[in-house]
Ligand binder design. Structure first.
Ligand code: TRP
Length: 454
């Protein structure tokens, strides 16, 4: 059945277009904002090693699985999963993976948009010369000013949400392809430039050592869960984003190859960000584990003190905002595709509803950094709670189910046919990783955190 099926929402124009869109989804705040600060909070090298292992053994096989399921189902993740369950003669309940993903997408986008709003507000700060001559004190105060202001945060969050919904309303394949094609390489170049600046701080080796020299006494079960959760988060896996992008993928494009390319590009960006940030952290006597404000308190110091820093600062935060935008649209696309398919409403209208709900939740996240900072559930503020719930729980659970479905429920002849791997050994290797290694790894990490493994 799936052979003749096309997505009602359109298709990518080429293999390159898909790689761009999926890389655009993967590369975002996760790489540049989140990876450095969670690495800093979790002691550096050992955390990075676990994260890289998770990308290899769990992330890549699941990305292949998710793309494959999407292309075979050709619809929103909810309907895709229910059709594929039918095809495999399995229970309809598998479509709840799609629902889990839709909810995770809302929850992630709510805080993602607030952080992207921080990046937007830093474009303006860069433009008005706020970084000039910056040092740890002045840049710390600048960031604190933003944190303490619910009005500023809600304003920028609103701008970002509006931009996201505007693009999604027009359909993800058009203008986005063109924008990402040009913006991503530029961001990459700018990061390399920042690494170049980091080399001049005199603390470059110390930064590298922190990032790459593993000290396993630094991590516990919880750090391992965070590293695994981040592998899902940074590759946009476990909630149907890559599945919905896969559903717009034309036939006869190698899913395995594209998945590996996307994962490598994503990892490279994260490591470059780390290599730029930690030398600046140590050179300025800053705290590596200072939390979500890390890049906002470090990079402006670099921009404020390097030649041409004014321009680079503006460019950097513009590009970061665009990287966030090409990620955020993939967080809401599964929900919008579902509304269009099942509720028979126009894309624009679906976007307005989905956008309003996310925006409202995002406002509470913005408040959690200031007027509601005392409000906690399970000892966590709203931002921390949403981040924990999605990255550490919902995405790994979603990914686990996707792996089980692709490895055990779907008929091997169907997955073989869909993946069209010319080399049977590569298919077997993927099948093994997705059936055994990835689900077992997720399971063990969970048991470990619950404390069952001691
Ligand atoms: N991967 C993106 C980042 O690193 C965020 C993101 C986009 C995402 N779509 C997703 C995370 C789907 C989880 C699931 O910034």
């Amino acid at each position: 059945m799936a052979d003749i099926k096309k997505s009602q929402h359109g298709e990518w124009s080429s293999r390159f277009a898909f790689i761009l869109a999926a890389t655009g989804s993967a590369v975002g705040l996760g790489n540049i904002w989140k990876f450095p600060y969670i690495t800093g909070e979790n002691g550096g090298g050992a955390f990075v090693v676990v994260y890289l292992l998770c990308v290899l053994a769990i992330g890549i096989p699941i990305m292949i699985a998710e793309t494959m399921l999407g292309r075979r189902g050709r619809q929103s993740p909810i309907n895709t999963m229910s059709d594929l369950a039918d095809e495999a003669g399995a229970h309809k309940n598998w479509h709840y993976i799609g629902w889990l993903g839709v909810i995770a997408g809302f929850l992630i986008l709510a805080y993602y948009s607030v952080i992207a709003g921080w990046a937007l507000s830093y474009v303006l700060k860069a433009l008005t010369g706020s970084f000039s001559g910056g040092n740890p004190e002045t840049m710390g105060a600048l960031f604190k000013g933003l944190m303490d202001s619910p009005v500023q945060q809600v304003f920028w969050h609103s701008v970002f949400m509006a931009a996201t919904m505007f693009i999604v309303a027009r359909g993800v394949s058009g203008g986005l392809e063109k924008a990402v094609r040009f913006l991503m390489p530029t961001l990459f170049v700018l990061l390399i430039l920042l690494v170049g600046y980091a080399m001049t701080t005199g603390y470059y080796m110390q930064g590298l050592e922190f990032l790459f020299k593993p000290d396993f006494s630094e991590i516990d079960g919880h750090a391992i869960l965070t590293a695994m959760g981040h592998a899902f988060f940074t590759l946009s896996l476990g909630m149907g984003a890559i599945m919905v992008y896969g559903s717009y993928l034309p036939k006869h494009i190698s899913i395995a190859k594209t998945s590996i390319i996307i994962s490598c590009a994503d990892t490279a960006v994260a490591l470059l960000a780390g290599m730029a940030i930690f030398p600046i952290v140590f050179a300025n006597g800053l705290e590596a584990g200072s939390g979500p404000g890390l890049i906002f308190q470090t990079l402006p110091i670099a921009f404020g003190n390097m030649t041409g820093g004014w321009l680079f600062g503006i460019l950097f935060f513009i590009l970061l905002s665009f990287a966030a935008l090409s990620s955020s649209i993939s967080l809401i696309e599964p929900a919008v595709a579902y509304l269009v398919e099942n509720k028979n409403i126009a894309r624009q209208k679906a976007c307005i509803w989905a956008g309003l709900i996310t925006w409202g939740l995002g406002v509470t996240v913005a408040f959690s950094f200031n007027i509601w900072s005392g409000f906690t559930i399970f000892g966590k503020g709203i931002f921390d709670l949403l981040d924990y719930l999605t990255a550490n729980l919902m995405l790994p659970i979603g990914g686990f189910c996707i792996a089980i479905f692709a490895g055990w429920v779907m008929k091997p002849e169907d997955s073989k046919h869909e993946l069209e791997m010319t080399n049977p050994q590569i298919y077997e290797a993927w099948k093994f990783l997705v059936s055994y290694v990835a689900p077992a790894a997720v399971f063990i990490v969970f048991l470990n955190v619950i404390g069952i493994l001691g």
